[in-house]
Design a protein around this ligand. Structure first.
Ligand SMILES: C[S@@+](CC[C@H](N)C(=O)[O-])C[C@H]1O[C@@H](n2cnc3c(N)ncnc32)[C@H](O)[C@@H]1O
Length: 204
């Protein structure tokens, strides 16, 4: 793990016990609905969720075999408590998305929500998602990105060091462009997207 990855991982370890409370307002206002929309698009039997966090996506999981990873042991611990209460079967592991311990062409769908704002090497992480996805399979992402409005974008750049320091998240990432640069056969930004929250579907 690089030094930067280790710093961000520790930040999420520290946040994990409070994470759901910190985000509860935003979750109720809009995020829950978007989670449902992206999970409805998951196809195939073998599904990988990357950056599972505290398991906020569990209520939207389809009845399939789900493997979920996160690099923060404290986040995985929170997710495993939720898994216990829900009675769901989810295979949880501690793993860095920049170096996935899965074979090539293994999953039908790979999905991540609000992950690539915090991964130190987003290109490396995205290429790993592509690698473990089967040919014809899909990588689905729900991500917040830099605004296309110049004034809003300038404010986001200004505030970015603060959000990284507080919660490990960059608010000025251009994740759509990063996905487009990974050599997928097709990348769509889905119509449910807004200026700063994007639902992205990339086909391998
Ligand atoms: C903003 S939280 C989102 C959590 C969850 N996906 C959600 O939608 O609530 C980002 C998550 O990504 C994880 N994460 C960040 N970088 C990672 C990496 N390199 N490998 C694996 N997980 C990572 C963090 O530990 C954290 O749980």
């Amino acid at each position: 793990m690089t030094n930067e990855t280790e710093i961000i991982r520790k930040r999420y370890d520290r946040l994990a016990p409070y994470f759901d409370r910190i985000e509860s307002m935003m979750e109720k206002m809009m995020v829950g609905e978007l989670r449902e929309k992206i999970w409805q698009k998951v196809q195939g039997e073998k599904v990988l969720e990357v950056g599972v966090g505290t398991g906020k996506n569990f209520p939207y999981y389809p009845a399939k075999s789900i493997t979920a990873i996160d690099f923060s042991p404290a986040m995985i611990n929170e997710a495993s408590k939720k898994r216990k209460h829900s009675g769901m079967v989810v295979d949880l592991s501690i793993m860095d998305v920049q170096q996935l311990n899965f074979p090539d062409n293994h999953f039908d769908s790979v999905i991540g929500t609000f992950l690539f704002c915090s991964v130190p090497g987003p290109k490396q992480g995205l290429l790993e998602l592509k690698r473990v996805c089967k040919p014809g399979g899909e990588v689905l992402l729900l991500e917040h990105v830099l605004s296309s409005n110049r004034i809003a974008a300038a404010i986001m750049h200004l505030l970015n060091p603060i959000t990284v320091r507080l919660v490990g998240a960059n608010i000025n990432r251009e994740t759509v462009k990063k996905v487009q640069a990974c050599g997928f056969s097709k990348v769509d930004v889905l119509p449910e997207s807004s200026d700063i929250v994007k639902l992205i579907r990339a086909v391998k």
